[in-house]
Design a protein around this ligand. Structure first.
Ligand code: NAD
Length: 265
């Protein structure tokens, strides 16, 4: 498996050449309705990536008191704006806004995050992991995948995507019993952990020796970022945190924007 940092840097270079050679004028708008420090930091990273590859990025930051109808009007306006290639609505949204209603209203022609259920775009994190595996010639067919966590942005779309690649997919969650979890881990070729708990996956479990683990978790402990896995799991590959799935997710946003652009022409 290639080093993720190097892989992402190379892919970004290819994207920037492609944009330059084809004289593409692409624009991504990020809508933020919170002042959450984690969201601020993710958005900063996304804007930096856009700038690096030659895509215009615009942040529309709205106050937390913004109503659902106000946000819906902005979404509808962006849906119709020809100068905007695509846009994303940064999650989480304040509690008084129904996430699903917003997602359903993002036009599939602009839905860079693949949030609309009708969208052909795969959500950024699952797409980033699968693109990386494909680029590393990983053979998905008939292997056992274990997805730990069933969120709408990672676990569920991850499972769906791996199923479409002919894997045998198991999804476990907060109601899964520890003995069952151990059993599934022991039999898994590919494990995706998206729980949000440091040291959730440790060497207490028994792994297949050629198992591959992608650690999606991002947890902040005393100002440091850690994933959901203990370091040095006894597996053949474990993605690092930081510098792992987060980078693949950011790369995926650029790839998804290009796909939205291609689908629209
Ligand atoms: P979430 O916080 O919405 O849900 C957590 C999931 O973990 C739930 O589905 C729950 O059922 C499951 N879970 C909780 N306890 C469990 C247990 N004991 N056994 C099995 N499953 C259990 O999930 P999310 O939004 O997917 O986020 C998960 C983590 O991934 C967070 O740390 C988040 O910050 C991180 N994240 C990282 C990226 C990235 O780009 N690296 C992207 C999205 C999310």
């Amino acid at each position: 498996m290639q080093e993720i940092k190097e892989y992402v840097a190379k892919k970004k270079l290819t994207i920037s050449h492609f944009i330059l050679e084809n004289k593409l004028k692409l624009k991504l708008v990020i809508v933020q309705v919170n002042d959450d420090p984690a969201s601020n930091s993710y958005i900063k990273g996304k804007l930096k990536d856009l700038n690096e590859v030659g895509i215009e990025g615009e942040l529309i930051k709205l106050p937390s008191e913004t109503t659902q109808n106000e946000l819906l009007s902005l979404v509808n306006k962006l849906n119709k704006d020809n100068s905007v290639t695509g846009f994303i609505v940064q999650m989480p949204l304040p509690n008084h806004i129904d996430e699903n209603i917003i997602k359903e209203n993002i036009s599939i022609t602009k839905d860079v995050d693949g949030f609309n259920l009708l969208s052909k775009i795969n959500p950024a994190t699952p797409n980033g992991i699968v693109t990386f595996l494909k680029d590393n010639q990983y053979d998905f067919t008939s292997k056992n995948a274990l997805v730990i966590g069933r969120s709408n942005i990672v676990g569920k779309p991850m499972a769906k995507l791996l199923l479409s690649l002919n894997m045998n997919v198991t999804v476990v969650h907060s109601f899964t019993k520890k003995d069952d979890l151990s059993y599934y881990i022991k039999n898994a070729d590919l494990i995706i952990v998206a729980v949000g708990k440091p040291n959730f996956l440790t060497n207490e479990f028994i792994f297949k020796k050629d198992a591959i683990v992608f650690d999606v978790g991002i947890n902040r402990i005393d100002g440091h970022l850690v994933g959901d896995c203990e370091k040095n799991l006894k597996v053949s590959y474990q993605s690092p945190v930081p510098g792992g799935v987060g980078l693949l997710t950011r790369l995926s946003l650029l790839l998804n924007l290009l796909e939205v652009y291609r689908n629209g022409i």
